[in-house]
Design a protein around this ligand. Structure first.
Ligand code: GDP
Length: 194
């Protein structure tokens, strides 16, 4: 089965998004990032497997070396499953992402989300940015253009709808993500026919 991996730091809304995508009611439970095994769910009506890989990036309340080993596990998982992974969905908090990225951009440091984006691309996995919590964003287009820019995608963001998907998971508004995933699904089907 084609697989979709869902990645992102804690509190961006991964669980909420998973619930909307899969229809399963589930809670991650306990501390963020503590679940190290990926959780698999189906994405009806297509038979994708959605794999929740929690806690990439900063996890509050989790020790640093534990964070590192979780990160290593995630990297290993994605590398091992790269051939089957249709898309890597990086979930961002639309309200906070640009500030977090800018704060972590220095000569020695690449922000986790940007690093992860590059890592997926290197493995040939199309990255999709699910920009969540859009209900809290006033200057929608401006914000999405800023996010595009931080990931090296030339604005306007609308030309990157296969990569940038503004969503409000909490209200079930995930059409843009469905559409982005569909583009990659169709592309994968075409590749299979070659
Ligand atoms: P996770 O740690 O990434 O799994 O994040 P959760 O799904 O647990 O969500 C973290 C918090 O963000 C919760 O309080 C959610 O209710 C809230 N949240 C999730 N999606 C949205 C959204 O689209 N809009 C708003 N305003 N809040 C959201």
């Amino acid at each position: 089965d084609a697989e979709i991996v869902l990645l992102g730091r804690s509190n961006v809304g991964k669980s909420t998004l998973m619930r909307e995508i899969t229809g399963h009611d589930f809670t991650t439970g306990g501390k963020p990032g503590v679940t190290r095994q990926p959780n698999h769910y189906d994405w009806a009506p297509e038979s994708f497997v959605v794999t929740d890989l929690p806690g990439f990036g900063f996890m509050s309340g989790v020790e640093e070396d534990r964070q590192e080993s979780i990160k290593t596990d995630i990297v290993r998982y994605v590398e091992e499953h790269a051939d089957a992974i249709l898309a890597g969905v990086i979930v961002l908090d639309g309200k906070a992402a640009v500030d977090i990225i800018d704060r972590h951009t220095t000569e020695e440091e690449i922000p986790h989300a940007v690093e992860l984006y590059g890592f997926l691309r290197e493995l040939g996995i199309p990255p999709v940015l699910a920009v969540n919590k859009m209900d809290k964003v006033d200057d929608r287009d401006e914000r999405l253009n800023d996010i595009a820019d931080r990931f090296g995608l030339v604005p306007p963001w609308e030309q990157w709808r296969d990569t940038i998907a503004p969503v409000t998971a909490k209200k079930g508004d995930i059409d843009a993500l469905d559409e982005a995933i569909r583009v990659h699904l169709e592309a994968a089907k075409r590749d299979d026919l070659k």
